[in-house]
Design a protein around this ligand. Structure first.
Ligand code: 4NP
Length: 151
């Protein structure tokens, strides 16, 4: 079982998008039973709130449902619960390093660190551009899957 927690600031825009895109990819490949995938926030800003309408609209456009997902905050126990804690940007990485200063197993990475061009995923909460974020999320999830399936 490969356990993956996607993480961003609010857990309403980018990390739920990454959660449901990766779930869709493993389902399409017939690998769903081998993965546990979820998402969480570094902040308390949006706790309990549903996925942002922009993310919901983009996922619906590509045939992916995120029904029932509400924001929750990452907690200490998540370090043992998950094999990978994948953040969306450098600011999330700094927040996670404060919570988990050691990261002995090097579980905490940016999603796009697995791609050929390691970089942050822009926050559509500020940019308003959910299409660019979606393309980056797909690139990151594909690169991450290739990394864990064909190490
Ligand atoms: P996310 O976007 O981290 O991609 O979910 C944000 C959502 C909410 C806020 C910031 C970023 N906020 O400040 O409430």
């Amino acid at each position: 079982m490969i356990r993956v927690l996607m993480i961003c600031l609010g857990n309403i825009c980018r990390s739920p998008m990454a959660e449901f895109v990766l779930k869709d990819m493993v389902e399409t490949r017939g690998l769903a039973e081998h993965f546990l995938i979820s998402s969480a926030a570094t902040s308390r800003e949006e706790l309990g709130n549903p996925v942002h309408p922009g993310t919901r609209r983009k996922l619906t456009e590509v045939g992916i449902s995120c029904a029932g997902k509400t924001a929750r905050q990452v907690c200490k126990a998540d370090y043992e619960r998950y094999d990978w804690l994948l953040v969306m940007d450098s600011s999330n990485l700094r927040d996670m390093k404060r919570l988990f200063p050691d990261d002995p197993q090097k579980k905490i990475c940016r999603l796009l660190d697995f791609s050929k061009q390691p970089r942050d995923i822009a926050d559509p909460w500020y940019t308003g551009n959910f299409d660019v974020t979606y393309d980056d999320v797909v690139e990151g999830c594909e690169a991450f899957l290739a990394h864990v399936l064909h190490p």
